[in-house]
Write a protein that binds this ligand. Structure first.
Ligand code: PEP
Ligand code: MG
Length: 580
């Protein structure tokens, strides 16, 4: 049994069979071969060894001729390892005796060899493990050839273990079979993490390297509450997780009756709880949890899941589905927030050294007007089907907001000319997710119908901490006093002008922060649908004056750790246990 600590990004725990994605993104399946196929499979393995040896010898010759014998010797060493009779014998033994497929046997044996090197004190020797991985990859390439399988063709439940998954790869995971995932890199606010919540599967990111310690088919536990990954768990651990799963199921059932009750505090203040969605199907999750609407529809996932730019009709169909399912309840459609870690199959910005500070989001939209206009047309056309709001992401200057509104007005004229119906009065709002927007909130409220605080980016830009980087994950903190001051500024500016304000960053879905946010004056929360019951439960147990006392105290504190510890104590007064 081996335990790894990572960053918990999507709650729940799951026990299952590992599917290991290698760094080239193809999977190493655990397969067995039929008894009568063993001879053929051994031959296939030997052919792969011969082909790999020819390839390596060729590299040795080329490199020796161009750079000298010393460099060619690197490949000579690879060749010797590949042809080592003991190593080959062990692979053959697994195929012959245990009926492993050659791919699985190669991976199994070579990874074990690599681990021996990795455990050595000398870093020079430990690097030899990379040579073994190189040989493993070469053999797998020859064995799998054209049959290299990606993650898309699954037939049974798996837990995906990968070095990294991009938001588009995550959004293309097969929901029927992927029960959880772990990535070696990635930070607490990455969009990969957000998609895991959309899929409602446990996920852990930022564990650091471990893929070489695990083979496909091994039993793994992903604990998305504690950020733990347990490889080959023992019986006791398995039993403990099964017990906890049962308790959780009972707890979830206890909260079910809340579905049809309003999120109303003990002193009768009605709180609105809306859902965040990335895919149209999630509107069903919102309906199931009794959401008051959709507070954030991240439409960029329409682009991420597609090979080409979505047409107006594709946009329209997606929006119609969501808007109609919500009936009279509001649906806030955010225009595409592409760039940074959400890169579609479109030409990438040329200068992309610092993508979070570069051409992303509304900036990208204003530079790609035809793409932006296509989306706006579809949103406007869908606006007659229900209660549609439109929202611009990552606005940092008034000029940007005005430009975006001008494009919207222009598209409205266009639709009118063509006699296409739309709601001219649809509310137009913006995200407050840059420190600039928070500091200028008093000016922005003069020009929008609503605001929504995006804490995921606000934290990143305020604290200069990359939300997707595990190495600075510990510095990424929603309750850092600097972040709280900006949130307070935005709420106060909105209240003064009586402009509705919500929060749609991940912070709003964590019950740990509910009391604080209520005390700071927030009355509208947009959260991952699965978080609605717990946040509602807490809202119904508190009074606003109680929350205000907590918020006042928090605003005097100097660091995030003190705030968190204090909030943990306060929340315990109302509910037994909360996850962050
Ligand atoms: C945010 O930044 O808080 C937000 C809701 O937007 P996203 O996570 O999509 O960047
Ligand atoms: Mg954002």
């Amino acid at each position: 049994m081996q335990k790894l600590q990572g960053i918990a990004v999507s709650p729940g725990a799951v026990i299952g069979e590992a599917l290991v994605m290698d760094t080239e993104g193809f999977r190493i399946p655990r397969r067995f071969v039929a008894r009568d196929a063993v001879v053929d499979e051994l031959e296939r393995f030997n052919k792969a060894v011969t082909a790999a040896a020819v390839e390596i010898a060729h590299h040795r010759e080329t490199v020796s001729a161009e750079l000298g014998e010393k460099y060619g010797a690197i490949f000579e060493a690879h060749l010797q390892m590949l042809q080592d009779s003991r190593l080959r014998g062990e692979v053959e033994e697994l195929i012959r005796q245990r009926h492993y497929s050659p791919e699985y046997a190669v991976s199994h044996v070579l990874r074990r060899y690599a681990q021996v090197f990795q455990r050595l004190e000398s870093s020079h020797l430990a690097e030899r493990a990379n040579d073994i991985f190189d040989i493993e990859k070469r053999l797998l390439r020859h064995l799998l050839g054209r049959r290299r399988e990606g993650i898309s063709r699954l037939t049974s439940p798996v837990l995906v273990l990968a070095h990294n998954l991009t938001p588009s790869e995550t959004s293309n995971l097969d929901r029927r079979f992927v029960r959880g995932f772990v990535t070696e890199i990635g930070g607490p606010g990455s969009h990969t993490a957000i998609v895991a919540e959309a899929l409602e599967i446990p996920a852990v990111v930022g564990t650091g390297p471990f893929l070489t310690d695990v083979s496909g088919g091994e039993t793994v536990i992903i604990d998305g509450d504690q950020g733990l990954v347990i490889l080959s768990p023992d019986e006791e651990t398995l039993a403990q997780y099964r017990r906890e799963a049962e308790e959780k199921r009972i707890q979830a059932t206890r909260l079910e009756p809340l579905r049809d009750l309003p999120a109303e505090t003990r002193d009768n203040v009605r709180i609105e709880l809306l859902g965040n969605i990335e895919f149209p199907y999630e509107v069903d999750h919102c309906v199931d949890r009794g959401a008051d609407g959709v507070g954030l529809y991240r439409t960029e996932f329409l682009y991420l899941g597609a090979e080409t730019e979505p047409t107006e009709e594709i946009h329209y169909q997606a929006y119609s589905r969501v808007v109609q399912a919500m009936g009279k309840r509001p649906v806030v459609i955010r225009t595409f927030d592409l760039g940074a870690d959400k890169m579609p199959n479109m030409p990438h910005p040329e200068d992309n050294r610092n993508p979070c500070l570069g051409l992303r989001s509304i900036r990208l939209a204003l530079r790609n007007l035809p793409v932006f206009r296509t989306q706006l047309r579809a949103v406007l056309r869908a606006s007659v089907l229900g209660n549609v709001h439109i929202m611009f992401p990552l606005v940092s200057t008034l000029l940007e907001l005005r430009q975006a509104k001008m494009v919207l007005a222009d598209v409205m004229e266009d639709l009118q000319e063509h006699n296409l119906p739309f709601n001219r009065d649809l509310p137009v709002g913006m995200m407050v997710e840059t420190p600039a927007a928070a500091m200028m909130a008093d000016r922005f409220v003069e020009e929008v119908d609503f605001l929504s605080i995006g804490t995921n980016d606000l934290i990143q830009y305020t604290l200069a901490v990359d939300r997707a980087n595990k190495d600075v994950g510990g510095l990424y903190n929603p309750v850092d006093p600097a972040v709280l001051r900006l949130i307070a500024m935005a709420i106060e500016a909105a209240d003064r002008k009586q402009v509705p304000i919500s929060m749609c960053g991940q912070m709003s879905g964590s019950p740990l922060y509910t009391i604080l946010l209520l005390g700071m004056g927030l009355r509208r929360f947009s959260v991952t649908p699965s978080a609605i019951p717990e946040v509602k439960n807490l809202c119904r147990r508190v009074t606003i004056p109680e929350c205000q006392i907590v918020a006042e105290r928090v605003m005097t504190m100097e660091n995030a750790r003190d705030v968190k510890n204090y909030l943990k104590e306060e929340v315990k007064k109302y509910v037994e246990e909360v996850a962050e």
